[in-house]
Design a protein around this ligand. Structure first.
Ligand code: WTA
Length: 660
């Protein structure tokens, strides 16, 4: 049975619109299969062809894939290139200097357009200024900035001089920022005085100062500050520099640092199974190739498109589909400073109409919240706006339910636009499993099939491949160019987390569970198999939150699980044992709020537990193991069906029944 035949049995399938398919980069399943077959026949040749076609190389590579130190794979290592040259110079050299690179819309609606030429000059001046501060190839620079042209320029300027950037999301606390600055060994921090989101002004520089006042940041020589609001901020003479003063008078030409394709372009921290975040290290060549190639395939990007990815540059989506992918192709994109609900929940639709956005990429959590608000206020319904410019929609970050998918498809896309549900991770660099919009018939709730060249499979706990129809662990069978290269400073953690011996040591373990449709082979992601939570599309480790809670002087023990939540996908539920006697009903609420604020300070507001449940103890087996499955049932308030006979202390179950 072919995929097309199998799909006939499915109730809800959405084949690509004919006109869309006819003009698409991958114009049908036959074309998709041809590419897949090419990769299967000559894996290295396939990737080499794409790398030559998509990127500009200063020195061409001779060797494609080096597997001698597997799983520490190397791609195109003897080739030399520069990410900033590929993103900017080459478009100006090709005569596209006047093309708009970024349409920036500020929180208050003010619009700034920057052309490729202007962006190149800005990046060159900034790169020269960084060099003047002694920052050089291989140095690590932390970027803690709002959504801005300057934030993207900062990333590009680092890439231009071969410095490795590590962007920290502006919603992280000073403690979380400090941990990352120390772990990555930063020599400089680039930030802004303040950020503006949803009409509110929030500090950034002050948080940087708090972080740098903690132990272990001596390597940081420069704090470079973009003036966004002009608000009052603390200042350390000698160390702190205004971006506009530092770049004033700098030359607007700067020879790119030609680096090996394996040179680390960036390190991005993400949550794993232990309390300490992992510094996911990416390469220059392989990463850049995939950021651009997936733009062409998944987003069917074409000259003339107005692309808008609503992610923050603090996450991998903002790296691949704002700071690099669209620029490498010479595209025009919208960059937005604010939030979807300000000044009202019609903001996204209003902006799509204003800027004539053709390809729109956002998170299911944002869609869910806008479904809700549009029910309350008809003026914020997508159908109240002219969204006729749209031709393609995408989602990322978490599962999207078939109902939410349908709303997105019907209400936003007007039933015309394919919806690409893209499965990927910080570690994978770019899309891995996603529909090719001119080829793949869509099934709501499924991310469908792997991209050409990506060998995805589902295996059992021993690494045996499961037949279609069976669920299991999602793995990637062969290395791909955009994969992470290591965990910064912890190669053993890289090997153990991603290439575990239990599976044979050669399969990339994604950490997600998945199923494949019996007939079509379509993938559906069923959620994390480890202790990682997904709250509004943000990855958080349960142990990270537990460590934050037990760092509070009042807390003796804590366990964190999640429960489903209508808006945020998952919600954080914390079970807390206090050092003193459990709180009475009266002060439990106040204490819960204190602990939430505490976690906000330790990690960031995104990590605040929604529910807190106090008990004199946690449910444990006689051997002392916390019964997490039981906690999950309590968190969901679904009634306990598990066997509790092995429980050491059944009496505490009634205490945990109350949530604050
Ligand atoms: C989840 C974001 C279902 C998954 C790019 C993965 C998804 C984690 C999808 C990575 C999707 C991402 N459907 N689940 N389309 N996309 N996920 O590193 O659990 O922030 O492992 O990268 O998000 O999150 P990360």
């Amino acid at each position: 049975m072919t995929v097309a035949e199998a799909l006939l049995d499915k109730q809800e399938i959405f084949p690509p619109p004919e006109a869309f398919a006819a003009a698409a980069a991958i114009p049908g399943m036959a074309a998709y299969r041809t590419l897949m077959a090419e990769a299967e026949r000559d894996y290295e040749g396939f990737w080499a062809r794409l790398a030559r076609e998509t990127l500009s190389w200063k020195k061409p590579f001779a060797k494609v894939l080096d597997e001698t130190a597997a799983p520490f794979y190397k791609w195109f290592e003897d080739g030399r290139l520069n990410a900033s040259y590929n993103s900017l110079d080459r478009h100006v050299e090709a005569g596209h200097g006047n093309r708009v690179a970024i349409i920036f819309e500020a929180d208050n609606g003010a619009v700034t357009r920057v052309t490729y030429r202007d962006l190149l000059l800005q990046v060159c001046r900034f790169a020269n200024a960084l060099k003047k501060r002694g920052i050089k190839k291989g140095d690590r620079v932390v970027i803690y900035m709002p959504m801005s042209i300057e934030g993207i320029a900062a990333m590009q300027a680092c890439a231009r001089i071969g410095a490795t950037h590590s962007v920290v999301f502006g919603g992280f606390s000073s403690k979380a920022l400090h941990e990352r600055i120390v772990d990555v060994g930063a020599v400089a921090v680039i930030t802004a005085d303040e950020q503006v989101r949803g009409g509110k002004v929030l500090p950034l520089k002050q948080i940087v100062d708090e972080a740098l006042a903690m132990e272990g940041c001596d390597a940081v020589q420069s704090v470079i500050v973009y003036r966004r609001t002009g608000g009052n901020i603390p200042w350390v003479a000698g160390r702190d520099l205004w971006m506009h003063e530092l770049t004033r008078g700098e030359s607007d030409s700067c020879e790119p640092e030609w680096v090996s394709a394996e040179h680390p372009l960036f390190i991005l921290y993400t949550s794993g199974s232990t309390g300490k975040p992992k510094g996911v290290q990416h390469s220059t060549g392989g990463y850049l190739l995939w950021a651009a190639q997936t733009m062409k395939w998944t987003f069917d990007w074409k000259p003339g498109d107005i692309f808008w990815c609503t992610a923050d540059i603090g996450w991998v989506t903002g790296h691949s589909y704002i700071a690099y992918g669209p620029l490498v192709l010479g595209g025009t994109q919208v960059v937005f400073e604010g939030v979807p609900t300000y000044p009202n929940a019609g903001r996204f639709w209003e902006m799509i109409a204003r800027h004539r956005v053709s390809v729109f990429y956002t998170a299911p959590t944002a869609i869910r919240s806008l479904v809700k608000t549009s029910e309350l206020d008809p003026n914020t319904r997508p159908t109240a706006y002219d969204l006729s410019s749209l031709r393609l929609l995408g989602t990322v970050g978490e599962p999207i339910s078939p109902q939410t998918w349908r709303w997105y498809y019907d209400q936003v896309g007007g039933g015309r636009c394919p919806v690409v549900d893209t499965w990927w991770q910080t570690e994978t660099g770019g899309h891995m499993i996603a529909p090719m919009p001119g080829a793949t018939p869509l099934v709501p709730g499924s991310c469908t099939l792997p991209l050409p060249g990506i060998m995805a499979a589902i295996v059992d706990e021993t690494g045996q491949e499961e037949p279609n129809g069976q669920g299991g662990l999602l793995v990637i069978k062969r290395p791909w160019p955009a994969m992470l290269r290591t965990v910064w400073g912890d190669p053993e953690r890289f090997r153990k987390s991603y290439f575990p011996e239990e599976l044979g040591g050669h399969l990339y373990l994604a950490g997600d569970g998945a199923t494949r449709d019996k007939d079509t082979g379509y993938f559906t992601i069923t959620g994390r198999i480890d202790d990682v939570l997904n709250v509004s599309g943000h990855r958080l480790g349960t142990m990270e939150i537990e460590s934050a809670l037990v760092a509070n002087p009042l807390v003796a023990e804590a366990a964190v699980v999640s429960r489903p939540d209508e808006l945020t996908g998952e919600a954080i539920v914390a079970f807390v044992v206090l050092k003193r006697q459990g709180p009475g009903d009266g002060d439990a609420r106040q204490l819960a709020d204190e602990l939430r604020a505490w976690v906000g300070k330790e990690i960031g507001p995104i990590a605040k537990p929604k529910d807190i449940r106090f008990g004199e103890n946690l449910p444990k087996t006689r051997s002392g193991k916390i019964m997490r499955r039981l906690l999950r049932s309590i968190a969901k308030e679904e009634g306990i069906t598990q066997d509790v006979s092995t429980l050491e202390n059944p009496a505490i179950l009634s205490q945990l029944g109350k949530s604050y």
